[in-house]
Design a protein around this ligand. Structure first.
Ligand code: UDP
Length: 336
């Protein structure tokens, strides 16, 4: 396939590009380097600097490279930031995605895989949330993902009887974490806010301490519970989604998680264990926009895509994340 990957220089994007190249696809990466890095893009991919909202550029790329499939990662991902700066999220995640989807439809792109989020569920009432659960996001980030899913759904419906019908898979990510087992890729986002990355930075000494945001939730130990999924398993779900669409599969929304929950305190204990460092984690107020618990029911993705996770292990997730953090910081120091 000829695949355009937006945000392919970012954390999940770069792991996915590597897997796409390894199985022989032609890959074009479009990235504005807001949080991505050139070095993270497999050299066999064509790398173009630019923005998803630049319709002329996207149109040209789709034509020049005869793109038949798009994987759309590019987007902002920080929940509390979306609460304090909603314009930023609606502008990029909603308007940018809309422009990209329109360009795809106009250029006969048949397959579209979208980075959606478990944030579309808001406060699920079941312990493991199914795709059929109510969609009531509780923050602008979740809203921005839901609006884009709805756009894709409407476009897919409107153009289903065209010569090239437009089908999509929206993958509702739970918490992506960890780093490539081979050690060459990992999360290199500046000023990262995500739990495992922050804990690893505390373990290496890059931060003198970290905070546990909220320890009075109605959860087993009072801290929030999440379903952490290793980034390479998340990446492989994108390849499975493309295969499914290439086999004639119709549009779908799928949870992407392991179906297991770990609390913030569990994760911090695990990062302490794998690093051997007893860093300081102080109890702090709740963070705006955080649901107490989010765990996937992953029956649908396993059954429909035949997705088989390889790295379903919190210890491996934290170990690869910590090793990557050490390597990444050493690399940054060298380049100073
Ligand atoms: N969290 C925390 N300290 C941090 C970063 C995150 O206690 O420094 C908590 C956060 O409040 C949430 C959980 O860890 O309960 C997962 O947050 P993260 O930002 O990693 O992912 P999200 O679930 O928001 O996408």
């Amino acid at each position: 396939m000829n695949i355009l990957v937006t945000g392919g220089a970012g954390y999940i994007g770069s792991h996915t590009v590597k897997q796409l190249i390894d199985v022989g696809h032609q890959v074009v990466v479009l990235d504005n380097f807001y949080s991505g890095h050139r070095w993270a893009v497999d050299p066999a991919a064509t790398l173009v600097e630019g923005d998803i909202a630049d319709s002329n550029k996207v149109d040209q790329l789709l034509k020049t490279h005869r793109i038949d499939s798009v994987i759309h990662f590019a987007g902002y991902i920080v929940v509390p930031e979306s609460v304090s700066d909603p314009f930023k999220y609606y502008e990029n995640n909603v308007v940018g995605s809309l422009r990209l989807i329109r360009a795809c439809e106009q250029n006969n792109v048949a397959r579209f895989v979208f980075s959606s989020s478990a944030a579309v569920y808001g406060l699920p009432d079941a312990e493991q949330v199914k795709e059929s659960a109510g969609l009531k996001p509780i923050n602008p980030y979740g809203n921005s993902k839901l609006i884009t899913e709805m756009t894709l759904n409407d476009v897919s419906f409107a153009y289903q009887s065209q010569k090239t019908p437009f089908n999509f898979v929206a993958l509702r990510y739970f918490n992506a974490a960890g780093a490539q087992v081979a050690g060459n890729l990992g999360q290199a986002t500046p000023e990262a806010t995500h739990l495992i990355k922050v804990a690893c930075e505390a373990a290496t000494g890059k931060r003198d301490q970290m905070k546990l945001f909220g320890t009075d939730y109605n959860t087993p130990d009072g801290s929030c519970v999440r379903d952490y999924i290793h980034v390479e398993d998340l990446a492989s779900a994108h390849l499975k989604a493309l295969e499914y669409l290439a086999d004639g599969g119709k549009s779908l929304r799928l949870n992407c998680g392991y179906g297991k929950g770990y609390s913030v305190k569990d994760v911090v204990a695990m990062v302490k264990k794998v690093s051997g460092v007893d860093f300081t984690a102080i109890e702090a107020d709740r963070r705006p926009g955080d649901p107490p618990s989010l765990i996937a029911d992953n029956t649908k993705i396993k059954n429909l895509l035949g997705w088989i996770p390889q790295n379903d292990d919190l210890e491996l997730i934290c170990r690869t994340a910590f090793k990557w953090e050490q390597a990444w910081q050493a690399r940054q120091q060298k380049s100073r």
